[in-house]
Design a protein around this ligand. Structure first.
Ligand code: SF4
Ligand code: SF4
Length: 195
């Protein structure tokens, strides 16, 4: 029959329209923000939000570009976890990580800490290999996807300062991963003390 396909399509649209109201209503009953519901895989109805006013919270394993984890010292100095071992730069498929190691000013011997650490974020393909292979939990994948700039020519090569994020930030965006790592470290420390 002529127009049957169009009619079926309109019915699907109508169902989707009512599903949105029903799913939103049920979600509100649980006192959860609507943005969460929009991002749920098992949700029905509308999936979009009024971005940038509304933002769907990223799932924990979401990956954009990496950041360097540091612990803040007593005077606010950054104690980067990175030992400048270079593993991340070796495994990086696009070779967009550049690191140099610090040297002791008196002896000239290398210190396990990065002097320079750069990531060319235009080349980074967000694979997460660097974070996966880092033996020191020093580099992690960020959730921040709002990276476009208004200034033409602004560098997208991030230096150590720009890449650095406090450990509290890591714990906030990846709470499950952070808790697992901390539990692992505590178990290792306990084993060492017992031995
Ligand atoms: S981030 Fe990790 S893998 Fe990369 S150089 Fe530092 S310690 Fe090594
Ligand atoms: S996420 Fe992948 S491409 Fe980006 S810096 Fe890490 S290893 Fe390289």
């Amino acid at each position: 029959m002529n127009g049957l396909g169009i009619f079926k399509g309109l019915l699907i649209t109508l169902k989707h329209f009512f599903d949105t109201y029903l799913a939103d209503f049920l979600h509100r009953q649980k006192n959860l923000p609507l943005e969460d519901k929009r991002g749920m895989v098992d949700s029905s109805g509308l999936f979009t939000v009024q971005y940038p006013e509304e933002v769907i919270e990223s799932p924990e394993e979401f990956r954009v570009v990496p950041f360097l984890v540091y612990e803040a010292g007593e005077n606010g100095e950054r104690n980067y976890r990175c030992t400048s071992c270079g593993i991340c730069s070796k495994v990086c498929p696009t070779q967009c990580i550049y690191i140099t190691r610090k040297k002791d000013p008196e002896t000239g011997k290398p210190i396990p800490s990065p002097e320079a650490f750069y990531i060319d974020t235009d080349k980074c393909m967000n694979c997460g290999f660097c974070a996966e292979f880092c033996p020191f939990d020093a580099i992690k994948m960020n959730h921040d996807f709002e990276m476009s700039t208004y200034v033409r020519g602004e560098t997208h090569i991030f230096n150590k300062e720009k890449l650095g994020k406090p450990v509290e930030y890591y714990a906030k965006i990846r709470p499950v991963n952070y808790a697992l790592e901390e539990a692992e470290k505590a178990a290792k420390a306990e084993k060492t003390t017992a031995a």
